[in-house]
Design a binder for this molecule. Sequence first.
Ligand SMILES: Cc1cc2nc3c(=O)[nH]c(=O)nc-3n(C[C@H](O)[C@H](O)[C@H](O)COP(=O)(O)O)c2cc1C
Length: 279
Amino acid sequence: MKRIWKLVLAICVLTIGMASTAFAAGWTTGQGANSSRWWYDLGNGQYYGTPTSAVEWQWLDGNKDGIAECYAFDREGWMYAGTTTPDGYTVNGDGAWTVNGAVQTMAVTAGYGGTRAQAQQPGTAGKKVLTAYFSKTGTTKEAAEKIHSVAGGDLFEIRPAVAYPSGYQSTVDQARRELDQNARPAVASHVENMNDYDIILVGFPIWWHTTPMVVNTFLESYDLSGKTILPFCTSGGSGIEESMAGVRASVGNGTVGTGLTANSLTDEQIRSWLAENGL
Ligand SMILES: Cc1cc2nc3c(=O)[nH]c(=O)nc-3n(C[C@H](O)[C@H](O)[C@H](O)COP(=O)(O)O)c2cc1C
């Protein structure tokens, strides 16, 4: 570990000396005799592995494919590889936790750098995500759940104070009236801790080529300054493009990213949409 400290010290000195140089956190090998050993640099003089514990586990997505593997670090910060960890788990030669030979994985935000990186890196990994959706017949709900399983964070259902009629045509008629009147139907549910979120993924069915008005009510209920809003929709064929202007008008000083038409979604599409928006 002395080597690591020397290295970390050298990095700190270099970083101070080149204050404008961006520092890349992530997997790093040791030097000399330790050149085949790995440690995970948190980029600010810290690393995974704690002196007080024989093992520290972290889910990490080093190749940024949105799938993390779980790694164990010793007291000095070295990754365990090809062994049984002191707490009794198997890690393969790459350091990934395995069960009966199968690498264990978890869907994460692409590039996820573990729990401590979240607190320290205000970049992609540290952002707190809310997936909020309105769904009348369940299609958008299903898309939202899928997106939430990939993006992580929290899931929230936007519920109108007065439920839409059960019949399709009555809903179509009511939706048309609301659109024509630029109505703001009341919402029954409220995100109490909206200030905690950096990214809001907002899902809705396309109604009359745009957002159901209750979604505009929802967006206009909050100060979204400094937040990024990423809209997604399901539809009978319409794309999200025609809804974007309405979303932009309802988010105040929030920033609207790229929208996603989420009919028949794959995890890969979700990941690339999130990546496109810096997540
Ligand atoms: C009132 C209403 C208006 C709709 N307008 C459109 C539309 O303009 N374009 C479209 O492709 N689909 C339209 N649809 C179909 C829905 O967008 C689609 O079925 C959606 O996936 C339903 O989502 P949900 O199950 O989450 O409510 C409309 C449906 C309703 C009820």
